[in-house]
Design a protein around this ligand. Sequence first.
Ligand code: NAP
Ligand code: PAF
Length: 307
Amino acid sequence: MLKILLESLPLNITVLGAGAIGSLWAYKLAESGHNTTLWLRHSAEHTHRLKLDDQPDITFVTNSLFHLSQSDLLLITVKAWQVKEALSTVINALNKDTIIMFMHNGMGAIDEVFSTINKHPVVVATTTQAAYKPSINHVLHTGYGITHLGGFNSKGQQCSFLAEVFNHSLAEASWSSDIRPALWRKLAINCAINPLTALHQCKNGQLGEPQFLAELKSLINEITQVLIAEGIEIQQDELYSTVMHVVQATAENYSSMQQDIFYQRHSEIDYISGYLCQTAKKHHIDASNNLSLYNKIKQIEHSWRTE
Ligand code: NAP
Ligand code: PAF
């Protein structure tokens, strides 16, 4: 597969989920020469214009069944809780060789749909690139980071050439022969930062203040035990330093979950703390601090529906 695809570059790519991160990647992949189209939830028109920062507009074809069926790669950049529904709208139109790549925060969403996609090569990506979409036709690249790609099934393991495709479009991107440590480490950071900032409606940097120290340490203690039980090599002090580094590096930012709660949008809590707590239960690990935060965020979400 690798040889055939490399010889047939540029790739045909469909991006499903043209929000902030999907628009950033769609623009960058198109700019580097890949035949990239968008799959939007509603597309009355057949094209969609996107501008990245102050660069020129690129016009994308949208919701083309023909292009979808010819896609070498389907990049799914919806939120974790949107994966199942979004995938169901395109799955029957895909060629069985189409590589399906998921890029979202949290874990567990791919497992929920895996039985419907396991004949495809499945690849998972986790990124610390950051984007913001101030309007429907404009995306801002708000933070530079790293993207890790890796196979989710055995066919996906054979797609390491995608690291070159992604790195060429938006560096730095690299291939991990075992993607699980990268996914778990990102989940660990999200478990520590996201629910606390959402609950206290504060910027990431405020978690560095003394009143959060004890709670952060308890959360990280539980998270470390879960990662170790999952076979991830990590130490509590190391994870604490990593979380504090992210808190300082993104001090002026609001986390994605803070924003979701602020705007009363469905958050990714089930796939972040929820996934951690489920895994803790499986290993008989006490994760009561994480569970308490999980319940508090779920209560807030529930309160909107009963208002
Ligand atoms: P977002 O702006 O909400 O983008 C998600 C997009 O998917 C929205 O445009 C949404 O459209 C679309 N969508 C949802 N269901 C769909 C469907 N059935 N068919 C077609 N389109 C559908 O979120 P985001 O910030 O890009 O984040 C996406 C994922 O990347 C999240 O897991 C996030 O945590 C992660 N992430 C984001 C960043 C960042 O800087 N933004 C960085 C790292 C990781 P509607 O608006 O119509 O629902
Ligand atoms: O979800 C987010 O906001 C980000 O992943 C992170 C690392 C917490 C920084 O804001």
